[in-house]
Design a protein around this ligand. Structure first.
Ligand code: PGA
Length: 224
């Protein structure tokens, strides 16, 4: 049975206090199902406090970062290296279209980030914007996120996302897990997680609200 990943991307939102409040509401309400993998990707500044509350309460939540450095530890001012993050996170989003656009990230840099993540045993979750986007070597999880669907309230159809996911799987092998992202919410999540080639969802806006996120997890767990 495949895994279903429900991944919250908070982007540049939530203070530490707001993040802790969210986790204390969501944590006890996540359905306990072995193949349901719930991951939160908060800001770097919240990671260690959120890690603590998850561990103390034994919540079934994994932690992720939204990015990491293409370089190892050393003289790289301002960078968050995979080696230093590995005690806090299991996964890192890489190459999100907002980073490609606002921080001029290109495929070469994203490949370096994926390599750093792998060296520290952090899962690189590389965002691809369409079938033409490069998947770096050693990357077994991608998020298909068409740019027009992000934050627009206008998601791709589950059938079309499934088709794109299938093309990537055909090209890179069936160990590749493909997540869909772009305007996912509690009303449309069931359509995506029931698709054969889709292994979960990456959620921005709708993940900020604790009640909505709980609903998404519950609906997803009932539908696969
Ligand atoms: P959205 O964002 O759910 O707000 O569309 C998804 C993402 O950017 O990962």
């Amino acid at each position: 049975m495949k895994n279903i990943w429900i991944i919250a991307n908070w982007k540049s939102n939530k203070t530490i206090a707001e993040g802790l409040d969210w986790v204390s509401k969501v944590g006890p309400n996540i359905p306990k199902k072995e193949n349901l993998k719930v991951v939160i990707c908060p800001t770097f500044s919240s990671l260690s406090e959120i890690k603590k509350i998850i561990q103390v309460n034994g919540f079934p939540i994994m932690l992720g970062a939204q990015d990491l450095s293409p370089y190892p530890i050393g003289a790289y001012t301002g960078a968050e290296s995979a080696f230093l993050l590995k005690d806090l996170i299991d996964l890192s989003i890489l190459g999100h279209s907002e980073r490609r656009k606002n921080f001029s990230e290109d495929d070469e840099m994203i490949a370096k980030k994926a390599e750093q993540a792998n060296e520290s045993k952090i899962i690189p979750l590389v965002c691809v914007q369409g079938e033409e986007t490069l998947v770096p070597q050693g990357c077994n999880m991608i998020a298909y996120e068409p740019i027009w669907a992000i934050g627009s309230g206008n998601p791709d159809t589950p059938e079309s996302a499934n088709k794109v996911a299938g093309t990537f799987i055909q090209k890179h092998g069936d160990q590749l897990e493909v997540i869909y992202g772009g305007s996912v919410n509690s009303r449309n999540v069931a359509g995506f997680v029931t698709q054969q080639n889709i292994s979960g969802v990456l959620i921005g806006n709708a993940s900020l609200d604790a009640d909505e996120f709980i609903k998404i997890c519950q609906i997803a767990s009932e539908n696969f």
